[in-house]
Design a protein around this ligand. Structure first.
Ligand SMILES: [Zn+2]
Length: 458
């Protein structure tokens, strides 16, 4: 029998803990066999703790890792999303391919440590600092792909359609010159990435937002696109909802539902400001939403209608977006805490009537399957045919120490563990062992150099 055998005291399979689990990773990097209730055969590697599937970080702008923690001071009377965006552009306008690779490699090592094994890059940095194209239009995309390969995380690249500064503005602002694309360019970038033959790399497309792309361009992008993920920022800010209403007479999610041909390929990123009718329309379409709790909190976006989206059965992935946090337990905690503060209740996301009284398990289960879809995978998690990814919990971490096994996921999300994931496997290979990432000290060293270069210039 080919492949490699692993055995775990327990593993999270089909939404619950199973005991004494044998897992065989095939030589193709996918699960070939998973059985619970099996004694460990002598040739199996016994894993050091309970096993969870890895999660997809379904929304990332890797370069924004370079100013996490650096926009937390108010230096004008008004500090909101739009003033934050102006600061973000200062990094976007300066970063080189080498610096982007260094920043992204650090980020991706941190994402692995935070329990993600795949990341979706909503990638709109395309051109040189002066706005002219690189000789290879994929120069900055390769910087990200190389960073992902450096640390061993899976990467879904989503080149972004970005052609105008607002609903009534025909072109981009000068400080958006590195982002300029049209539908044909995005399709060419997507083909170049998808056909690269690089392992652990796949590609879909993205539309920056309805304000940044005209309806005719969106239609050209989608024409004959095929079965790849389509991501779009939508309804993150109330100003965007107001502008969309003014320009089209419809709210942004409503416009997408009516005009974009939403289906299961589509991922609506943020979807913060929604109505009951919009949620129902998205549910009928099969599209998913990607909620980014830490970034939405950091930017003061507002609260998504989490009970509404969950109740409607809409697939709900999570993303770390601007990377002010880089671990999914923290994203799920903030997702639930926002709702508790808003509704003045506890365990808002639990569904005892549906047999799921555990908040963490319900949110994790939703994010697991929806994340796989958002990254373009038909199968995801600890199941035969899915990519052989897993997380080994460190039950010696003080926050997990001595807990009953069936409460481990609850504590992982709501007891703020320091270093919960001991080992991380991606496609049958270890990307992190005993808390040590692949790539060693070169990754933080290169990151520190890039950060000094970026910030010395301010
Ligand atoms: Zn974003």
């Amino acid at each position: 029998m080919s492949g490699t055998l692993y055995w775990a005291t327990r593993a999270w399979i089909d939404g619950r803990w199973a005991d004494a689990v044998l897992l065989r990773a095939g030589d193709d990097g996918h699960w070939a066999e998973i059985h619970a209730g099996t004694a460990a055969p002598p040739q199996a590697e016994v894993l050091a703790g309970p096993v969870l599937p890895g999660l997809v970080d379904a929304h990332s702008h890797a370069f924004q890792r370079a100013f996490a923690g650096l926009s937390e001071r108010r230096d004008s009377a008004q500090d909101d999303f739009w003033s934050w965006r102006d600061r973000m552009y200062r990094v976007a306008l300066r970063i080189t391919p080498e610096q982007l690779r260094a920043v992204a490699a650090m980020l991706y090592a941190e994402l692995l440590r935070g329990g993600y094994t795949q990341v979706c890059e909503f990638h709109y940095l395309q051109h040189k600092v002066d706005g002219r194209p690189y000789a290879d239009p994929l120069a900055l995309s390769w910087a990200l792909a190389t960073a992902a390969a450096d640390v061993g995380i899976g990467l879904t690249m989503l080149p972004v359609l970005y052609e105008r500064a607002g609903f009534t503005q025909p072109a981009l602002r000068d400080d958006q010159r590195r982002f300029a694309t049209d539908a044909a360019a995005v399709r060419a970038l997507q083909r170049g990435l998808a056909g690269s033959g690089r392992p652990l790399l796949n590609a879909g497309v993205a539309i920056h937002s309805l304000r940044a792309a005209a309806p005719a361009s969106i239609a050209r992008l989608l024409d004959g696109l095929g079965e790849v993920p389509i991501h779009v920022h939508v309804a993150e800010q109330t100003a965007e909802v107001d502008d969309c209403l003014l320009a089209t007479g419809q709210r942004p999610i409503e416009w997408l539902a009516r005009h974009a041909g939403l289906d299961a390929r589509w991922q609506l990123v943020h979807a913060t400001h929604s109505t009951r009718e919009e949620i129902d329309a998205v549910a009928q379409s099969g599209a998913g939403v990607v909620i980014c709790p830490s970034t939405e909190g950091n930017l003061g976006d507002g609260f998504a209608d989490l009970p509404g989206w969950l109740q409607a059965g809409v697939p709900m992935a999570i993303g770390s977006d601007s990377h002010v946090t880089r671990a999914w337990p923290e994203e799920l905690r903030w997702l639930e805490y926002g709702q508790r503060l808003l509704h003045r209740q506890r365990n808002v996301s639990a569904a005892p009537a549906e047999g799921q009284p555990a908040t963490a398990a319900r949110l994790f289960g939703r994010a697991l399957g929806a994340g796989g879809t958002a990254a373009g995978f038909g199968r995801w998690g600890l199941s035969v045919g899915a990519r052989a990814d897993l997380l080994v919990l460190d039950t010696q971490d003080t926050s997990l120490l001595g807990l009953p096994a069936e409460r481990l996921l609850d504590a992982l999300v709501f007891s703020s563990p320091g270093r919960p994931f001991r080992d991380v496997m991606v496609a049958g290979r270890w990307a992190q062992r005993d808390h040590q990432p692949r790539g060693g000290v070169d990754i933080p060293n290169r990151f520190a150099v890039a950060m000094r270069q970026l910030w010395e210039l301010t």
